[in-house]
Ligand binder design. Structure first.
Ligand code: FMN
Length: 223
């Protein structure tokens, strides 16, 4: 894509970490600047805004879906795609990230269905939190999100950033930018050319049954 050209797409970006100085927030900051440099618009959110009580079906019935999950839903609906920079906890996805996904999955239409997603992680470890991303893919793909095949995991992240918040290693910085650019190309194509997959069937293969079926048409319309 030509430099400076604007794409008509909006990307929701947030980190799965709460803490001040989080490495994943820094990676999300960098993703925000690269998306903007490549012509996309960004809706930036913080994990603290999505904080929800532990999922409880009784709370859902008596009180409703908490404000944090409502906000995530609003951001998803207003965006064509999302990028999550998530820490890895014990080789998996942090509980609070999974918790807000579970809450948000209770809305109808279900807001992850048909949205394009890119996953990234940062960790001081050598694997960069990549195992957590494989765990994060599972609920998102289950919910009909189109999770981009490539993921970006920043190893030794505590010493990986330069003073401008970019990745000090040029090759890695270029790879990061290329991953985001290819993702944005796909998001743009999916927005302007109707995706082939139009239906989300939660339990594919079960005998059709009105009581248990959860089948939704993709809600995203081409812009
Ligand atoms: C409960 C817990 C479990 C963790 N498990 C892992 C792990 O499995 N793999 C890993 O690379 N780092 C693990 N870490 C270290 C985190 O990657 C590190 O604290 C990182 O800085 C967290 O992300 P943040 O900087 O965005 O907050 C764990 C940290 C905590 C608090």
């Amino acid at each position: 894509m030509e430099a400076g050209k604007s794409r008509r797409i909006t990307v929701l970006i947030f980190s799965g970490a709460l803490r001040e100085g989080s490495l994943n927030c820094r990676l999300a900051d960098l993703a925000e600047s690269v998306v903007k440099e490549k012509g996309g618009a960004v809706r930036r959110a913080r994990m603290s805004e999505f904080d929800c009580p532990s999922y409880d079906q009784e709370i859902e019935k008596d009180v409703g879906i908490p404000a944090g999950a409502q906000l995530l839903r609003e951001h998803l609906i207003a965006s064509d795609a999302f990028i999550i920079a998530s820490p890895e906890y014990n080789a998996s996805v942090p509980g609070l990230v999974k918790n807000v996904i579970d809450w948000a999955s209770r809305f109808r239409p279900q807001p992850f269905n048909g949205r394009q997603g890119l996953l990234m992680s940062a960790s001081p470890s050598m694997a960069g939190g990549n195992r957590g991303l494989w765990a994060l893919r599972i609920p998102l793909e289950h919910l009909g999100a189109r999770v981009y095949p490539d993921m970006f995991s920043l190893a030794l992240a505590h010493e990986a950033f330069d003073g401008n918040g970019r990745i000090a290693n040029h090759t890695l910085q270029e790879r990061f930018e290329a991953t985001i650019e290819c993702f944005l190309d796909l998001v743009e194509a999916a927005k302007h050319y109707r995706p082939l997959k139009k239906l989300w069937v939660e339990y594919l293969g079960e005998r059709p049954n009105l009581e248990t079926d959860r089948v939704e048409h993709t809600t995203i319309e081409p812009g």
